[in-house]
Design a protein around this ligand. Structure first.
Ligand code: NAP
Length: 328
């Protein structure tokens, strides 16, 4: 039975990946931080097959202990301070966890002998936010980085250190440059979920307005369930490499809002939406659109869920959750 060790198990992608790997027959270990992590109960209930392991990306000895205890064949580093807005407020913490955390994970793998003979294969969750003020459109594996947030800067360090350790120590280490991916498990702080949850609540009469920042930004949005397959595929190749994972389509923040409201039959969405400068980023990323040709050609990866289906899935899920709270 292959063994996988996942950091960020309590996050959106950690849950999808654990489910996917379990379906492939893996024994799944998930690193959980803190002495009484509030999300662990939900993980235990929904995913009883996951074996929780204590550890923190800020603490190298805890990573070494976790690897010694679990003896994984594959390590997926999904743990991060992942919310761009928070990264502006807590830039040092973001650099430490999202950036240096990658270095610590790679060092931990070397310290337990995992770098030799591809003993441990490593996946790093890189991000399209590294492209920031984009140098070319669409963005590929060769597009230069120009991050526009402390989060983006930390991800660039993580990405570059993976390349460096691969070249210096012959490690089987890959980065997936994943463009935005969403789904019903997305955290409420992220704009897609904030929109779909507010739309559900407005439809049910639980909320009157939705307050947002800039709506002109454009993103390449896919479904998280599709994207975790690409992570796994990267670690099954003969040689380690980096891949853009994206849909090749872009949609604006306004498209997202319109589509979500249309899902519950509201066409005059402007009546419910207010913009507030406090939600604008200090430096915006205007347009992201990825070119997934390499992932298609080399990994055989294809997305299955398109943007309208993704928004529909998320609105329906939030309607179900909010209705249940009302006892409907
Ligand atoms: P998420 O839902 O925000 O999950 C982040 C995870 O990181 C949580 O499990 C969190 O644990 C964990 N974490 C935070 N601080 C940690 C620490 N000090 N030590 C160990 N773990 C820590 O993020 P996601 O959407 O699943 O994304 C997974 C990864 O992909 C992240 O690295 C993200 O930056 C990257 N990414 C995401 C997207 C996207 O669109 N979703 C796109 C590109 C790249 P707690 O629950 O305990 O806080």
């Amino acid at each position: 039975m292959p063994r996988a060790f996942i950091t960020g198990i309590t996050g959106q992608d950690g849950q999808h990946l654990a489910e996917f790997l379990h379906g492939k027959g893996y024994e799944v270990f998930g690193m959980v931080k803190g002495q009484n992590n509030p999300r662990l109960t939900q993980i235990r209930e929904e995913f009883p097959f996951i074996e929780p392991v204590p550890g923190d990306l800020a603490d190298l000895p805890s990573l070494v202990k976790a690897l010694e205890a679990t003896q994984p064949d594959e390590v997926y580093n999904l743990g991060a301070i992942s919310f761009v807005a928070l990264s502006f407020n807590q830039a040092e913490l973001t650099a430490n966890i999202t950036g240096l955390g990658v270095l610590r994970m790679l060092e931990a793998i070397r310290m337990v002998g995992g770098a030799q003979n591809n003993k441990i294969r490593f996946y790093q969750a890189s991000s399209s936010e590294m492209f920031g003020k984009v140098r070319e459109t669409p963005q590929t594996e060769r597009t230069p980085f120009h991050p526009r947030s402390p989060y983006g800067c930390a991800k660039v360090f993580g990405h570059d250190i993976v390349v460096n350790y691969r070249e210096s120590y012959d490690m089987f280490a890959c980065s997936g440059i994943l463009f935005n991916h969403e789904g019903p498990r997305r955290g409420m702080e992220f704009v897609t979920r904030k929109v779909t949850n507010a739309v559900a609540r407005i439809k049910l009469g639980l909320q009157e307005e939705l307050v947002l920042g800039n709506l002109d930004f454009k993103r390449d949005w896919g479904y998280a369930g599709d994207y975790v397959k690409a992570m796994w595929l990267m670690l099954q190749q003969d040689a380690p490499d980096d891949y853009v994972v994206a849909t090749g389509e872009t949609h604006s923040g306004q498209d997202l809002v319109e589509l979500a409201f249309a899902q519950v039959g509201i066409t005059d969405w402007q009546q419910y939406v207010r913009q507030d400068k406090k939600f604008f980023r200090p430096a915006e990323v205007d347009l992201l659109i990825g070119d997934p040709t390499k992932a298609h050609d080399k990994l055989g990866w294809e997305r299955e869920v398109d943007f309208p289906s993704l928004v529909k899935m998320m609105v329906e899920n939030d309607l179900k959750i909010e209705s249940a709270k009302l006892g409907r």
